[in-house]
Ligand binder design. Sequence first.
Ligand code: CP3
Length: 381
Amino acid sequence: MSTTLVTTTGGSSLVPSAGMWQGLSNVIEVIGLDRFMTTFAPNKFLATLDGAAQSVPPIWLMRQAGRYLPEYRKIRAEAESFLHFCYTPKLAVEATLQPIRRFGFDAAILFSDILVIPDALGQKVGFETGEGPRLTPIATQADFDALRLDLDMERIGAVLETVGQVRAALPSETALIGFCGAPWTVATYMIAGRGTPDQAPTRRFAYEQPELFQAIINRLVDVSSDYLVRQLRAGAQAVQIFDSWSGVLPVAEFERWCLAPVRAIIEKVRAQEPHARIIAFPRGGTSHLHQFAAIPGLRGLGLDTAVDPDWATANLPASVTLQGNLDPIAILTGGRGLDEAADRILEAFAGRPHIFNLGHGILPETPIAHVEQLLRRVRGA
Ligand code: CP3
């Protein structure tokens, strides 16, 4: 870093003085070393998350590592199970890097899953090919009492090792995003034992046993904050909290089970890592976006497909970077429809800090050529 400083300040007579060093270290203390470093090695994703609008926005895609890539399907076929894949750094590092190599996205997202958290709490978690997750449901106080108080580091340690190895392998212009599921979304799988279209089993559980449900949510708040802090310390430069099922709740339940726990996680993470960059993605929480945007310490807000980008630009505070929100069906389809849908988003967010992304995860059937088409459109190449 000192070399950069000497050359940018223009010659040997301007070697930084003791006072200048003091000034710099004050700046680092205020803005954080990571943000300071990005000033010297520009990283478009991080700069945008820190509030700088770009003429060409950074781009990454939710679920960019995964089944639509032939190279992923190849290494996945060799692993004994999906969770084993997630806990094997060699495979998880490779899966994280595959979309970066192929497409040069501005950010990589750790290859893992939100359901490693119940697994690391001791709940039985498995993934059936073609059917999705299967967990032994938490139904009673005794089921809850059987869970661990903290994360099993034999499992989580492997994820953190992946984070460190990925960060070391990525060029400085590519950011690394860590993540966890929001407590409500993770709890829906813990209680129903599988994905459901409307989360009716968990909504019912929360009405019937609110104290027990609160205890589950509290446990998830604690371990998820710890998990995010560990990811940040291992090399993640931003973290995203996926609340994929926040859209099914009435307002009072939304505030209690989605908003309050996410706010608590952000507070806990920033108490330990004051400069942590955190993105929340409350899918389906359209009428609550204002409340999310107002969470102290939130840097980015993911918008789902249904949010009107013009409305978001006009109504959400400029202090929060918006991320999204192309329809995954538009990229699945490709052609003129994809170009037009991408253009509408680019135009609506022009001039404000915006990270181009989908409004939900990329679908496994999406052709590679359509991802390339989108990148050309967004980057104007
Ligand atoms: O590329 C990335 O985004 C990183 C990896 C990642 C995965 N899952 C890999 C995965 C991330 C960030 C997730 C998040 C996740 N997992 C969410 C939140 C985002 C969303 O899509 O709503 C949720 C709800 C889950 C839970 C989950 N994991 C389900 C419901 C399923 C089965 C259905 C499906 O979408 O595949 C998974 C399995 C899963 N997670 C796969 C991958 C690549 C497929 C499993 C396989 O390859 O065998």
